[in-house]
Design a protein around this ligand. Sequence first.
Ligand SMILES: Cc1cc2nc3c(=O)[nH]c(=O)nc-3n(C[C@H](O)[C@H](O)[C@H](O)COP(=O)(O)OP(=O)(O)OC[C@H]3O[C@@H](n4cnc5c(N)ncnc54)[C@H](O)[C@@H]3O)c2cc1C
Length: 291
Amino acid sequence: MYPAAFDYVAPRTVDETLAILADRGEDVKILAGGQSLIPLMKLRLAMPKKLVDINRVPGLDTVGVADGHLTVGALTRHNDMVHSEVVAAENHTMAAAAPWISDPLVRNLGTVGGSLAHSDPQGDWGSVMLACGAEMVARTTRGQRTIPVGEFFVDLFTSALEPDELLTEIHVPRYQGPAGGTYLKLERKVGDYATVGVAVHLQLDAGRQRIEQAGIALTAVGPKNIKAVDAEQALVGQVPGDDLFAEAAELAAAAAEPRTDVRGSADYKRSVVSTFVRRGLSRAAEQAGRA
Ligand SMILES: Cc1cc2nc3c(=O)[nH]c(=O)nc-3n(C[C@H](O)[C@H](O)[C@H](O)COP(=O)(O)OP(=O)(O)OC[C@H]3O[C@@H](n4cnc5c(N)ncnc54)[C@H](O)[C@@H]3O)c2cc1C
């Protein structure tokens, strides 16, 4: 099916983009990689009056380190995350997740910011950002605000972004001590959305004795990406070990809200969450230097 008719504009600066968004509000949609928006428009589930294509706006696709953060521009392609030396050196969870996003075609076009703004509970980056405690930086003509990731995912396909807000970058805290993390994903075939995904982040104290920070988040087992808060809290201050990880895995499974569908039964998905959390925590502890 063809999309409904729409106007198209391709601004060259962030300020120009923000002015267009301010002018047209809810009638406008930002076009990034188009990997989610275009299919929705073809199905006429989205019928924006105007598309603002941000692909020609410079400066939105850089990955770097600044002020204690790993900074990821919203327009950074999934594939650039796969090949980023900065990501590989800085964050185990992000580096592990990037190659799991869909297939090479989607990875070449789709963007990290587009994925987060789309707020699909099957989106892999959402869980990574929840586990790592990221912050979203958004701009309008009125100014800039920073949204903690815990407040960013509001509901199914609904983020905290206002219609006139441009997500410009994502800040992920740098490790402050020995740390590890990973992303585990079960998919029916290569390139598919997750049946279940689990993002894990662990940081130990300087002596590698106890857990200082824990992040666990779940993909595709609820109406939005889920932060397994009880599981995280059970880990903090404790000595890493198999029994502790098994306890956290059960708490994370209890936080999941899976539904039975073509990808598997709710019970099966819950059991995969538990297995992945246990496995992910062991791997993260090992990376942090605590086998
Ligand atoms: C076949 C297929 C398989 C896929 N598999 C996976 C998968 O396994 N895992 C996964 O995580 N994803 C998967 N995806 C989704 C993919 O990751 C998309 O790239 C992503 O969902 C949207 O990013 P985009 O850049 O294409 O955004 P677009 O489609 O351009 O936009 C999506 C939404 O975000 C808004 N938006 C985009 N950028 C901004 C911004 N900077 N500020 C504010 N709003 C913005 C748009 O207005 C729109 O509402 C798949 C997609 C396809 C087509």
